[in-house]
Structures are given as structure tokens and as C-alpha cells.
Design a binder for this molecule. Sequence first.
Ligand code: GTP
Length: 601
Amino acid sequence: TPPELLRNFCIIAHIDHGKSTLADRMLQLTGVVDARAMRAQYLDRMDIERERGITIKSQAVRMPWALAGEDGVTVPYALNMIDTPGHVDFTYEVSRSLAACEGAVLLVDAAQGIEAQTLANLYLAMQNDLTIIPVLNKIDLPAAQPEKYAEEIAGLVGGDPDDVMRVSGKTGEGVEALLDRIVRLVPPPQGDADAAARAMIFDSVYDTYRGVVTYVRVIDGHLSPRERIVMMSTRATHELLEIGVISPEGIPTDGLGVGEVGYLITGVKDVRQSKVGDTVTNAGKPASTALGGYADPKPMVFSGLYPIDGSDYPVLRDALDKLKLNDAALVYEPETSVALGFGFRVGFLGLLHLEIVRERLEREFDLDLISTAPNVVYDVTMEDRSVVTVTNPSEFPGGKIKEVREPVVKATILAPSEFIGAIMELCQQRRGDLQGMDYLSAERVEMRYMLPLAEIVFDFFDQLKSRTRGYASLDYEQAGEQAADLVKVDILLQGEQVDAFSAIVHKDKAYAYGVMMAGKLRELIPRQQFEVPIQAAVGSRVIARETIRAIRKDVLAKCYGGDISRKRKLLEKQKEGKKRMKTIGRVDVPQEAFIAALSSE
Ligand code: GTP
């Protein structure tokens, strides 16, 4: 298809504003998916995405759409819709998807108005110079207030509130008009057809049968089947086994030209050979410079993952190896814990990423897992100037520390203005620094904070929601690092350190953390035959202490009389129970105590 007949666009929206539902309607209206084959959220292929109703991996689909020109002659256009993940953890993927488009449909729920991720995605789209088409969705809802929110949107992106389109992804109202407007307003792609080929990778997925399927947008030149291609960041060359468009399944073509969006298959088995943001060129006639914007995904949050049944360790290792094929951002290495046994320290883009990986491991590989409280990455500079990178709190160095640096984020919070006080209080508790505040309308406010990532990682979002009756929305982006007064708090059972409970916290919060953890463990660990002290300590200084009193547990006490078989049964049962204990020093701790203590974080 010649570039002048192509339109590449994406839909950007806050979570739940109806992006996938609108995409479904477009697929139906353009005849790409017929009504019989239609199922809700067609583009969200992973089960877990469908169940949670969220989009994790972006996808692209090509749709035909005919529109009469000024002379009345109907012109057949091809629209490429690129679906983007909406969550902060996947911002990098969103930004690559946006870079593959010329236009963006800015979709806003007509009953909710603009939310934090609407703004975040809009700014990314503007940075990529995309043509923005503002649209209010869900106008079928009785609670919809299109007039009010059209004003809000016009105030943000400029233009007349009357030009903000009104649609319902549910009923289909207004969706044809939207497709027409996309053709009219989104500029056709521009590129040099005669130049050396350059295509940007905006996604790659692992398929069990075909290996890695790489999604690309061609900028210049042409890619053809059977030729050799080069991934410019690694210089790795591959043969192009198949190339084509997706509509809605893969359809092989005789290549992709300027502005086209599609997939390619080289037979490689690991998505890290096809990195999002990388440039594909032709081995025979390579381009001299790569397209800009490539970055390695960087894990921001680490957690230990341990099988509850120690014999599942090889299964877990195997499962992580398999997930890695499909998740370029997943990193892990083996780790042993006194309390939890053999497991892995795993790095994630953020908390949602952690939850998804964990859930996929449990579901797809039938594993029962414990995950330790997530922590961020710290850079510790010692007095002798050596720098230690800490991804596990129990590895926080002792000795003379000069400085500890922690990651910080720029957070944007949108909420009704009545909650300003509650939000400020929460952010202050979390060591936040207010950077600015703007009113979107008389009753809605945008607040910008600088916050330590570590303070967001723990239940910040839940707190924000509960303090604002669910009305606040949050988005954040990485904003470098800052020095902070951080210490490691250790938990000791009878003088033995329990590694899984070590945490790095701000000096002012060390005491509260120690008291909380010691108290929790006292509740969870059963009495032993001797007294067990539980201590929280910073270095050698004990900051909190609890004691589990001794008992003598006689399981036979209840069995008077001579029923030998019953006695034996009880003794066996006690032995069973012992097996599931972890022994810390001389103290037997049931696995459940660790799980309970770690999970209620
Ligand atoms: P993410 O993929 O998580 O970003 O969500 P999304 O933006 O794709 O939202 P989705 O399409 O999953 O819709 C969210 C909810 O809104 C679902 O329960 C939809 O049924 C509902 N919904 C979507 N569009 C409409 C609409 O036009 N009218 C009404 N009444 N409900 C809608």
C-alpha cells in the first residue's frame, strides 16, 4: 500500500476508559473480525489480560476503511491500529508504540473525565508529534457528562469543545465517524522509499510454534521475505523467514514498505534478540544510523521468589526461563535464604509487572510461591569510595558507609480538589516533595510530587485510593536518584538474623518498622519449648524486642488409656508438622508464619 493511503494510529486512554472495547468495535465495523468470531477484547490475547481486563502487550492490526474523496470517488485506505498497554510499568512499551504512529485517539470516559494516565499518555504522544484526536467515550452511560468533560479536554489540548468527538464503544455510536476522522486528520506516513531499509521494533512476542514474532513499523526502504536482516543494536543477522501484516491474524506478504506496520519472523527463540526500540535494517544494504530512542528495559523493583515446596525449585527455574522468552524486561538470579531455602531474586519494571509474572508462574506452571516484600535498587557508596549495588536488603553492606542513593519518581496525581489536604498528608508521610499544582477545572486538581520509588512500592496506591474514596488517579515516571538517610533493619530470632525480613527504610521509620515486624512475628510463631526473643536491630543496636514465652507441648497429654494406635497417629502427625518447619538457629518456624508475615506487607 502506498504511504498516502496509510494511516497509523493508536488509542491512548486511562485504564478502563474503554480502549479495548472501542478497538473491538473498529475491528467489527471494518470487517476484520466478523460478528461470529468476535469476542470481547479481541486484541488482548493472553488469558490473564482478558481476565483482568487489561492490556499488557501491545498489538497491531490492519483494517481497511474506504472513504469518499472530495470528487465523490471512494478511496480504499488501510488503517493500522496499534494497541498500547495503559499501565505505568509499561511506559517504555507505550512510548515505542506511539513512535510507530502519526496519530493518536485520546479516549476519555465521559463519566470520569481526564485521569492521570490520560495526561501521561497525552504528553508522550505530544513528544512524538502525533496528531491528537480527542474523543469522549461511553456516552451511552446515564452518568455521562460530555459537555463538562469536552471543556476539560479542550482546555488541555486546545481547540473547540464542540470538536471533541462523542462515541460509545459499547453501542458503536459515533465509531464510523471516528474512523472517517482518523483518515482525514492523521497525516500519512513519510519516509524515503529508496533509502536503506529502517524499521523500528515496537513489540515482540514469543510463540511456541513459530519462535519470536517481531512487530515492526517501516520508516524507510523496504523489507522483503528471504533476505538477511540486521538488528542494529546487537549487529545480529537473521534470515527473514516470513513477513506480513496482521488482519487480525498474520497474513504473509511480499514485504513491507514505507509507513507499513506488520510482523516478521526469523526463527529466533528469545525475545531479547528482538528488542523493543531497536532498528531492523537490510544486511545487504545496511542503514548507517539507527532510529533514535532505543533503551534497555531496566528493572526497578526486586523481590525474592521461592517455591513453597522446596522440591519445586527446578520447576520454578524452568518456568522463569520460559517466561523470559516472552518478557525482555524480566531478570533473575538464584538466591538462597536461611528462612525460605532456594529461590530467585527477580527484577521487575514495577509492581504490576511483579504481580503478573507471579500470577503467570502460579497459573501456567502450577507453582505455589512466596514472594518477599518488594524493594527498589540502592547504590551504596562506602567511605573508601567503592560502590555496592543492592538489590536484596539482606546484602546491604556493613562497615563505613558514605552515602546511600535511592531511585525517585515524578508522580502526577489527579483528584477532586476537596482531597488536596488528604493527598498532601499522605505524600508528606511518604517523604514526598510537592513540585507544583494546577487546577484542571474548578473542582479538579493536578498535583505533582517528587517521591522516593520505595515509598510508592508499598501500598501507596491503595492508600491514595482509600483517602480519596477512589477518586484519585496516579501516574509516575522515573526521575533519577537522590541521597537519603537509609538504614537496614534486621530481624533476629534468638539472636539469629532472618534474612527474608531485613528491610531498608528511612532512619525515621526504622523504629516503627522494627516494632511492627517483631509484633507480627510474635503473633505468628508458635511457642517453643524455650523462650524465644525476637529483636529488631539496626547494625548492633536493638531497637525493638518481643518475647515468645516457652511452653512444653505434650501431644500425648490428651491420650489417657492405652490406645497405642491413636498415640502413634498423633506422634506421626507431629512429625509431619515438623517437616514443614524451617529451623532458624534452634527455633522451629512454620512456613506459614513466613508467608503470613511477608504477605501482609
Ligand atoms: P485497559 O485495557 O485496562 O486499559 O482498559 P480499556 O481502556 O481497554 O477498557 P475496556 O475496553 O476493558 O473497558 C473497561 C470497561 O468499560 C468494561 O467494563 C467495558 O465493558 C466498559 N465500557 C467500555 N466502553 C463502554 C461504552 O462505550 N459504554 C459503556 N457503558 N461501557 C463501556
